[in-house]
Design a protein. Structure first.
Lengths: 325, 369, 555
């Protein structure tokens, strides 16, 4: 099938993505610099600094990080550096932002990846099953549990899991140990509780989406045709119904990833002490470390844009009925 | 002002309801400006949000519902058949009653009483040891729960039951107000964008895209940290950052409505754009709005709870997230302080999810409720 | 046969003798848990947080340190700092076996450079530079360091300050050969690789920097070159790790599970930990104290300006109750800013408000009546939002004061706001910059009456507290002024106080005066609890228990 417009569409989307990313960058930058708090605050707070002129202290600290220059100059130099690959200096951790992100992103990534896999696998399977056996006891139980899953505040769930499994039962270590090699069984073990915490909420959503997508398709005519043709039920469900349900499902999973996950992963990292990007950015906010906040915001915005774009393209490619103008 | 004059004016703005809205909005704005620049506190910031939302709610939700009672009854029949939804609704009502009348029967949630700190719920006991610096020994005593504090107290001696009730009020308020703001904004943008189409649609949707790509929670933490944790402000920020999903959904629904006959008819009859939007389009998406609203409330409540949990909640307000934060420090001793608010949050969110789901099924003509 | 037996036995004897005489082997990894937050930088000369100094401190020693009885323990200094007769010249002699990482000697030149070109410089803006300044003819000038020879340098003053020696003893050098590369450029200095990764530390500390995973852990590894370890083989841990936890609860759980070696224990958990088999808990004094500040400026309650009213308030607030209910008993009542562990501490003559018999609500009311301030009044009490301890104290103070007819309204404010709106002040009607003490007529932007804050005192040189209690004190944000107090502070920082006996008398008088005057209500000196795995040996609990940590080992 000729889809020459696809190439143009991709280019157009990339262009828009760039504009959006720039918009995000600018807004975040302005917000950070314009707020009433300043990185000099903790110097002022340290009363042992013997009553130096507060104005002088602020000026000195800002000079140290180049924050005393006018806003547009800072912005220009920030963007200029960014294009060249220099993400700036993190003042709260005294290291280049790139290094900070390079050392910490993997923890967030493994958490989100494993949680999504768990949630998707379990969620979709349960969803399919409960759609096929609609109104059966299993359906009700599954629906019930998915409701519970969406409703449990995930930071509370994390705290409760720690209470039960680490403190009371002693089955897991009480904190996440970064010394454990990443691709080891031990690392997998210590990720069990965090993944359950983050995955539960996502899983419940997937169950329900899958169920309703499957139900929508089960009513369609082609199913009746397939059954009339004498195809075994398993083939009907697996090959026909599910295939049609997959696309909207994938879209929804992707959207979920973009919006909810980052918030949930954030909280899970804080509760379990996993030094991922969520925790880093959280600490950076409290320390007025604008370089890190802007960087993390940009990265997550970029990821969201990328995921959306990839999803839309895959959608367009796979579904012959769709055409974007 | 003659009756005819009023009718004429109403026609210009798209209906008598819109006229009343404009009048009340002007009054509201006037009061707000007076408050800021001239007199001192007439209403609290939260109060203003309530008034604004109250006006919109009364005019566009209560009034239409009142005039189409038969329709309401029909839908209610459908909802009633979903048992879970009914249970959820009952819980929400219970919560409202608790929040409104509970404070009359319980202690002040902010009243610290150090003599009674760390008391367990009724029936349980706990040990407390105080160190004597001179002898180097501990003096241990056992504290047992009493009916005076049926759910126990926290580490400042505040009654847990009272704090939970206060938290219910906070969560309900935040849920209502923040969702209201998000819905109002999202609906407006979604409908206008879909109806006007073309360039306007493009610009509005690009703007929505930008808002959507911001990591919602990080943004929230960020803004609240910079500008200070004040409940009204938090509500405003949650509302102003959460409208994007609503806008998208409403827009796609409006797009499909736009080509329907009754809209084309209205246009043919010469109705202005404003009138079509306000008098025809919006009332038809109301069912969708109601469902979205009910399903958004849990997210909003959880967002506020999460904020309080990380310490960015309003310190003057006792919310569930705040209690949870206090409780997680002593999970191994005074665990009830952490467990209770979590349970409350869970059931509240669950209830709203049940109701929202039930409403969705009720409004969906395809589902055989 | 017998001969073989002989040889065998002697061999065994010799072997076991060798083993016994072997310096202690390296015995494992020490993991210290903390929930106090990560350090900001290892480039410690830029830092303002104690964590940063703590981290870097594992890799470089100061000139001198103290044991729990304040006896001098030499570190990089070859002998104690010498003070000239007239108290104006300080002579420092360093060891000659100190080396930077590139093998070059650490010389007096490095120390003088660190002082003159870094700490005193304009471009770097060292936060503690006022430690090295003195007031000469109304101007603040720097002291004068000078190199004498490779291992000796002097610091010359123009005024006598007996407690300056403590500042000198804490000196840690930066390597001149690296620092010259960044001189003058503060941004480059801030980002300098060598300073941020402590690559220069040579044999100056028991450990060498290994890695720092932000917000997670800080790892240093044993330094076999350590100048103090030559004979003893110290330190005895392969690695020393500082592991960061989000909350103290998780750190406690980790200690209990045996995942870490040490952490501080919260007061309410101490009895539980003391009962544990494998854990030792040591209760030690700290330099932290809590106080209730009174706003003596014009925008505070007028009654606070009157001594009797302040005394009345202090009569009503029970320190014992605070210690019992907030600190779970881990504290001692404070009556001045000099703690019991200080060599200058004196108890006689000090007025002990807040404990019986000076804990008397009736008497408090009487005092208020006689001062004319017994009408019901509502006071605002501020404290730092998010600090549990201080909030608790705030609640207790409110409870106690309500019993004598004073209604207290609590306000929890974020730190940054507290600094800008309540601590900093300026004289109304002027254009001056906000400072912590703009003179007696200055007022803060927002009014306040009472404030619960926590400070640290230096037990060796409590005169440093003059920043708070002297009329011109740079941090005297509450506006206290008393000529006698000023006079005493001045005398302690003068020539006559070079004589330790005289100094002790002066401090005693100061304590008595301050305890009676009640510029603030001194509340408590806190005790801390350190929890260790039982297998850690060599610990000497006390105010400076970390002084010999390089000699600790696992059994």
């Amino acid at each position: 099938m000729e889809k020459t417009w696809l190439r143009d569409y991709i280019i157009k989307r990339l262009f828009y993505a760039l504009i959006i990313a720039w918009g995000v960058l600018t807004v975040t930058f302005i917000l950070v610099r314009v707020g009433p708090t300043s990185p000099a605050d903790k110097y002022l707070a340290n009363l042992a600094a013997r009553g130096e002129e507060p104005a002088q202290v602020i000026a000195a600290i800002e000079a140290r990080y180049g924050l005393d220059k006018p806003l547009y100059e800072q912005y220009a130099s920030y963007v200029g550096n960014l294009v060249r690959g220099d993400w700036g200096w993190s003042l709260s951790t005294s290291m280049p932002v790139i290094e900070l992100i390079k050392t910490h992103w993997i923890y967030s990534f493994q958490l989100i990846l494993l949680s999504t896999i768990l949630a998707a696998l379990v969620g979709i399977l349960i969803g399919i099953y409960s759609a096929v056996r609609q109104y059966s006891k299993t359906d009700y139980i599954a629906t019930f549990f998915s409701f519970i899953g969406i409703s449990i505040p995930n930071f509370w769930l994390g705290v409760m899991l720690i209470l039960l499994f680490s403190v009371q039962l002693g089955l897991f270590k009480t904190y996440y140990d970064t010394g454990v090699p990443l691709f080891s069984l031990a690392n997998l073990k210590q990720l069990i509780l965090p993944v359950i915490t983050l995955g539960t909420g996502m899983m419940a959503g997937y169950t329900r989406y899958t169920r309703s997508a499957m139900l929508d398709n089960l009513r369609k005519d082609f199913v009746r045709t397939a059954r009339a043709k004498g195809l075994p039920e398993r083939v009907v469900i697996g090959k026909h119904v599910f295939r049609n349900a997959v696309l909207p499902l994938v879209t929804i999973i992707m959207f979920d990833l973009g919006s909810i996950v980052f918030g949930g992963a954030y909280l899970t990292e804080i509760v379990f002490g996993i030094p991922g990007l969520g925790r880093i950015s959280f600490n950076a906010v409290f320390a007025d470390d604008y370089a890190v906040v802007v960087a993390v915001t940009l990265i997550s915005a970029f990821l969201v844009l990328l995921i959306n774009l990839v999803t839309d393209i895959a959608y367009a490619y796979l579904d012959p009925r769709i055409r974007y103008d | 002002m003659t009756k005819k004059g009023i009718k004429h004016l109403a026609g210009r703005v798209g209906g008598i309801k819109n006229l009343i809205l404009i009048l009340l909005a002007a009054l509201w704005l006037l009061t707000l400006l007076l408050d800021i620049f001239v007199v001192e506190r007439i209403f609290t910031p939260l109060g203003y949000l309530y008034l604004a939302l109250g006006i919109v709610f009364l005019l566009y939700v209560v009034w239409p519902l009142y005039t189409s009672r038969r329709l309401v009854r029909y839908y209610w029949q459908r909802v009633k058949r979903n048992r879970l939804a009914v249970v959820g609704l009952a819980f929400v009502l219970f919560l409202i009653l608790l929040a409104v009348f509970g404070p009359l029967f319980t202690a002040d949630p902010t009243a610290a009483n150090f003599e009674e700190k760390n008391m367990p719920p009724v029936g349980l006991s706990i040990e407390e040891s105080i160190y004597n610096a001179e002898t180097g020994q501990f003096i241990t005593k056992t504290i047992t729960g009493t009916w005076e504090h049926p759910l126990g107290t926290d580490n400042k001696g505040r009654d847990l039951l009272a704090m939970l009730i206060s938290g219910a009020g906070v969560s309900l308020q935040v849920g209502l107000l923040a969702t209201g703001i998000a819905i109002a904004l999202g609906t407006l943008i979604g409908v206008v964008s879909a109806y006007l189409g073309g360039k306007v649609d493009n610009i509005l949707m690009r703007f929505t895209d930008i808002m959507m790509t911001f990591p919602f929670f990080l943004l929230l933490v960020f803004i609240v940290f910079i500008f200070g944790p004040n409940l009204a402000f938090i509500v405003l920020v949650i509302g102003l950052t959460g409208w994007t999903g609503v806008a998208r959904l409403i827009r796609s629904e409006t797009l499909s409505l736009r080509t329907r006959e009754f809209i084309l008819a209205a246009k043919a009859l010469g109705a202005s754009d404003g009138r079509i939007v306000l008098a025809h389009l919006i009332p038809n998406v109301i069912s969708l709005i109601v469902v979205i609203a009910t399903l958004s409330i849990p997210g909003v409540i959880l967002a506020e709870a999460a904020l309080s949990f990380i310490g960015l909640g309003d310190p003057a307000v006792t919310s569930w997230g705040m209690v949870l934060r206090a409780g997680q420090q002593s999970l191994d001793t005074t665990w009830w302080v952490a467990v209770a608010p979590g349970i409350m949050l869970f059931f509240t969110v669950l209830a709203f999810n049940f109701v929202g789901d039930g409403l969705r099924d009720a409004f969906d003509p395809r589902s055989s409720v | 046969m017998k001969r073989v037996l002989y040889i065998l036995v002697s061999a065994i004897l010799v072997c076991s003798l060798l083993v016994a005489c072997q310096p202690k082997g390296v015995t494992g990894v020490f993991i210290s848990g903390t929930s106090a937050g990560d350090a900001e930088t290892l480039n410690w000369i830029l830092a303002a947080d104690s964590a940063s100094f703590g981290y870097a401190g594992h890799t470089v020693d100061s000139l001198v340190t103290y044991d729990n009885e304040w006896r001098i323990q030499l570190r990089t200094a070859a002998k104690d700092v010498e003070v000239s007769e007239d108290g104006l010249v300080y002579t420092v002699t360093i060891r000659d076996d100190l080396r930077w990482s590139d093998g070059s000697k650490v010389t007096a030149e490095d120390y003088v450079y660190t002082l003159k070109n870094l700490m005193f410089s304009d471009w770097l803006n060292y936060p503690y530079k006022s430690d090295w300044q003195e007031e000469v003819e109304g101007e603040a000038v720097f002291v004068t360091p000078k190199v004498v020879n490779e291992t000796t340098f002097t610091i010359a003053r123009q005024t006598v300050e007996p407690e300056f020696i403590y500042t000198v003893r804490n000196l840690v050098p930066y390597p001149k050969y690296i620092a010259v590369k960044y001189e003058g450029d503060v941004e480059a200095f801030t980002q300098a690789q060598e300073f941020n990764n402590l690559t220069y530390t040579g044999n100056l500390g028991p450990y060498k920097f290994k890695e720092w995973v932000r917000n997670d852990k800080f790892v240093v590894e044993r330094n076999p070159e350590y100048y103090l370890g030559k004979d003893t083989g110290a330190p005895y841990f392969e690695q020393y790790i500082i592991k960061l936890f989000g909350t103290s609860a998780i750190a406690h759980a980790a200690l209990e599970a045996g995942d870490i070696t040490y952490t501080g224990i919260d007061p309410d958990k101490v009895s539980k930990f003391k009962k544990m088999e494998g854990i030792n808990v040591y209760t030690v004094p700290t330099t932290g104290y809590l106080l209730l500040a009174y706003n003596l400026r014009d925008n505070g309650w007028g009654g606070l300006k009157i001594k009797e009213v302040r005394q009345a308030l202090s009569l009503a607030v029970s320190k014992g109750l605070i210690i019992e209910r907030v600190l779970y008993g881990f504290g001692e009542p404070a009556f001045s800013f000099i703690p019991k562990v200080s060599p200058w501490y004196v108890a006689e003559g000090v007025t002990q408000y807040g404990v019986k018999p000076l804990l008397d609500k009736e008497k408090a009311r009487e005092l208020l009546v006689s001062a004319g301030y017994d009408k019901p009044v509502t006071l605002t009490l501020l404290t730092n939002a998010g600090n549990e301890e201080r909030e608790d104290v705030g609640y207790l103070v409110k409870e106690q004061l309500s019993a004598i007819g004073i209604d207290v309204e609590l306000k929890f404010v974020p730190w940054a706001t507290m600094l800008r709106k309540y601590l900093m002040n300026k004289t109304p009607g002027t254009d001056e910059e906000l400072r912590y003490n703009n003179g007696l007529k200055a007022v803060s932007e927002e009014p306040w009456d009472l404030m619960v804050i926590g400070l640290t005192t230096n037990p060796l040189s409590p005169s440093g507290q003059d920043v708070f209690y002297a009329t011109k004190g740079g941090l005297n944000f509450f506006g206290y002024s008393n000529i006698q107090v000023d006079e005493l502070f001045k005398r302690i920082k003068s020539k006559e106080a070079l004589d330790e006996k005289v100094r002790r008398e002066l401090y005693a008088e100061l304590s008595r005066l301050v305890s009676e005057e009640q510029p603030v209500d001194f509340l408590t000196f806190q005790l801390a609890n350190a929890g260790f795995q039982k297998k850690v040996k060599g610990i000497e609990p006390g105010i400076n228990m970390g002084y010999n940590y390089h000699l600790w080992y696992f059994e």
